[in-house]
Structures are given as C-alpha cells and as structure tokens.
Write a protein that binds this ligand. Structure first.
Ligand SMILES: Cc1cc2nc3c(=O)[nH]c(=O)nc-3n(C[C@H](O)[C@H](O)[C@H](O)COP(=O)(O)OP(=O)(O)OC[C@H]3O[C@@H](n4cnc5c(N)ncnc54)[C@H](O)[C@@H]3O)c2cc1C
Length: 405
C-alpha cells in the first residue's frame, strides 16, 4: 500500500494495524464505498507474517470452543470465493491451497485422543475420514512407519499469510485506501465520540470512525476510556521454515498435523517449496526471543512424524505473538465509545477468521451493527462477560483446550 506519512485529510475510517485483520477490514470497508486510511508501524503484520496459515476447523475442533469453531467453519467456507475476488481485484496470488489436511497420531494414546474429538467434529457437522497408519502413508509416503493412524479432513486447507497480506494490501490500494507508516500513539475522543488518532510523528488523522486492529498491541493505544479494550495476552509461537532442495518434490503434499505423545505439531507446505514447522505455545508476556528449546521441541516432534525433515535446509526461524483475549474469542465491531470499533483478539485463528472478520467489520462500519453470525463476538461483551482484571493470566473459559496453531 502507498505510504503517505503526511496525510492529514479526514477519512471515513482509520484502521490502526496492517496485519491480516486490519487489511481485510480496510479492503472490505473500501469495497463498501468508505474512504479508508490504514496506519501501521510496519506495513506488514506482526503475527500475520509468522502464521502457518492453516484453515483447519475440522482438525482443530476442541471441547469448549464450539462457537469459535462454528465461526471458523463459516469463514473457511467463504475462503474460495474470497480468494477468487481478492486475486481478481489485486492481481496478486494469495497462496491458497486446497489439498486437505491429514491429522496423524504417533502412538495409540494419541490415536485415542484424536478419536475422542471425532464425536465433537460430527456434532459440528465436520466430516473426517478415519485412516489406518498404512492408509496415512499411502497419502504421505514420507510419514514414519510408526505413525498409528489418523484422520483425513478433506476440507481443511491452507493459505500463505504473507502472500495474503500482499494481495490484501494491493486490493485495498486499488480501492483507494491510503497507507501511513507510523505508530498510533493515542485515540482522539471529543464529546464522547472517537474522532481520529494522533501519530508518534506528531500528526493527527481525523476520521468518522476508528478501528483498532493492532494485534496484541491494541490495548497499548492511549486515550481509550477504561474498560473499553480488555487486556490481550501475548501467546508466543516459535516456528521454522525449511526449504526443499531445488527441483525436489515437497516432503509432504498437504498440511500434516500430528500428536506426538500428546504434543501437537504441524507441517504446512507452501507453493514456494518451503515447509512450515510449528509451533510452540508459550505464555510469558512480550517475549519474542527465539530459543533453542522452543525450536528443538518443534523439530523433535516433526522429526518423529516425518524423519526426512532433518535433511532439509533451514530457510528461516520465526517468532510471533498471538493476540489472546480473556475468553479466547475475537473482539469485533462497535464499542461503548461511539465511532470506535475493535477488530482484535483473533488469537490462534486470525488467518482462518480473515474473510468472516472482513465481512463483519464492513457491515458494522456501514450499518453500525454486526451481522448475526458475528454478534457473539461483539466488542461490547467486554463489560458483560469478561470480569475486570481477568486477562494477564490464562484464558478464563474452562473446558479442554487443544493448543494447535
Ligand atoms: C506461530 C504462529 C502460528 C499461527 N498459525 C496460525 C494458523 O495456522 N492459522 C490461523 O488462523 N492463525 C494462526 N496464527 C494466529 C494469527 O497469526 C493471528 O491471529 C493473526 O495474525 C492476528 O492478526 P492481526 O492483524 O490481528 O495482528 P498482527 O498480525 O499482529 O498485526 C498487528 C498490526 O498492528 C500494527 N501495530 C501495532 N501497534 C500499533 C500502533 N500503536 N500503531 C500502528 N500500528 C500498530 C503492527 O505493526 C501490525 O501491522 C498463528 C500465530 C502464530 C504466532
């Protein structure tokens, strides 16, 4: 997107943050006829540039997260049309792959655990096919002989988040959105209404509506009345990107997720010849250090499932912070401050939720209300459902939680 640091002109909407959530909001709002300015410290997203890009509600279904998974299914099902429209508008590939996902178990306890979740998947209307170890290896010949069995989720796909960011940026720009490379220091509130933002450089952007979509840094924007934005907890994820040798076929043909003695791991192939291996789940504040232990854990488990990974070249090691809300659900749409919206707290599913979030935010910005399918995630629930001071520690919701992405 065009960087325009000197822009001072009023705009219908200013979006703070240029990760997937900020950019999809900007593009969809611009499609709806609104003038949009996007402000971000870096025009690339933080978590969004690190994410593996799995669109996998069937292989992520976990007890206690049914509502989240229903939103994920809705968003996943929108992906093909969303990508077609985005690529048409932007002329940029979004790196969408529709080969399905294979979920495998390392030992019989892991298999039992996956089986336990198949009942939940059925309840959510998700179809998966149970496979023996041999059937898994027929699909993915590089799997270890010890793999016990698994489930094929034919409709769980993937996208390359970096390609998707590029496509969204180009599409938003084509619709007239302006990009400003700066940090937003403060929200401007006048007569109780959000009127724009103050930048670190000292400039100010006036806007009819403001959307805070700054990932885990959303609560750090100053000037927001207390209680309107809950604290978000950073959940650190470390992952590796490995590269196939020139001309070699990918080591896995589709996304492979696995449980190895209860520990989740995944391998996601990219069209570029890279394989993403991930990821750790660490709750230790704003720590973005890559650690030997974190990377080792990921490599160890990936190697148990696909021993050939140890032969591959390391292309990149990455770390990102997932933005977790106190109840692990996104915060969308209007807040108690007129003119101020949130699009934040997408935690482990921001890539999956991108199409549904863009549509929901465009509706909220044009009509003042979220569509029915997104109402559960209304930002205004903060005061009702989330006890004061809940965030900072772990999630407040009970139930079994599988930490996959
Ligand atoms: C290791 C890892 C793997 C993941 N894998 C998956 C996956 O497979 N599938 C999936 O669906 N999700 C996955 N996720 C989750 C997903 O990445 C996030 O939910 C999503 O990227 C959040 O997007 P966002 O736009 O809200 O935030 P971010 O991508 O973090 O973007 C925040 C933006 O705000 C900007 N910003 C921050 N503060 C300010 C400020 N004051 N002023 C201006 N700009 C500001 C930043 O520069 C950035 O542009 C993964 C996350 C991690 C870390």
């Amino acid at each position: 997107m065009r960087a325009n640091p000197s822009s001072q002109s009023p705009t219908d909407v200013v979006v703070v943050g240029a990760g997937l959530i900020g950019l999809v909001t900007a593009w969809r709002a611009a499609c709806a006829g609104l003038s949009v300015t996007v402000v971000a410290e870096h025009l690339d997203g933080a978590a969004s540039t690190v994410a593996a890009g799995m669109l996998t509600p069937a292989t992520e279904a976990s007890f206690g997260e049914e509502a989240l998974m229903r939103f994920g299914i809705l968003s996943r099902d929108r992906y093909p049309a969303f990508v077609a429209e985005l690529e048409e508008e932007s002329g940029v590939s979004a790196g969408y792959r529709a080969e399905g996902t294979l979920q495998v178990a390392f030992d019989s306890d892991d298999m039992a655990r996956l089986g336990h979740l198949s009942e939940l998947r059925a309840r959510l209307g998700l179809t998966t096919e149970r496979l023996t170890g041999r059937e898994c290896r027929r699909l993915e010949p590089m799997l270890a002989p010890s793999v016990r069995g698994g489930y094929l989720a034919a409709e769980d796909h993937s996208v390359d988040p970096r390609a998707l960011l590029g496509a969204l940026r180009a599409a938003a720009e084509r619709r007239g959105a302006v990009g400003v490379r700066d940090r937003v220091r403060r929200l401007v509130v006048e007569d109780g209404r959000a009127r724009g933002v103050v930048l670190d450089s000292g400039g100010e952007i006036s806007a009819g509506q403001v959307v805070l979509a700054a990932g885990v840094a959303t609560p750090a924007v100053e000037g927001v009345p207390e209680g309107v934005v809950p604290p978000l907890r950073p959940v650190k994820g470390q992952l590796l990107r490995l590269r196939m040798a020139e001309g070699e076929p990918p080591i896995v043909a589709r996304t492979v997720r696995g449980l190895v003695k209860g520990s989740p791991v995944y391998l996601v192939p990219r069209g570029t010849g890279e394989i993403v291996l991930g990821a750790t789940q660490e709750e230790q504040g704003f720590d973005t250090r890559l650690t030997a232990g974190g990377l080792w854990e990921v490599l160890r488990d990936a190697h148990e499932l696909v021993p050939g990974v140890s032969e591959l070249e390391v292309a990149e090691t990455c770390v990102g912070l997932r933005p977790g809300s106190p109840d692990n659900e996104p915060l969308l749409g209007p807040t108690a401050v007129p003119g101020l919206h949130l699009a934040a707290g997408h935690f482990r599913h921001g890539v999956l939720f991108t199409p549904a979030t863009g549509d929901a935010m465009a509706e909220a910005l044009t009509t003042g209300a979220l569509p029915d399918y997104a109402r559960r995630f209304a930002a205004t629930r903060v005061a009702d459902r989330i006890p004061a001071g809940a965030a900072g520690g772990g999630p407040i919701e009970g139930g079994e939680q599988d930490q996959w992405t």
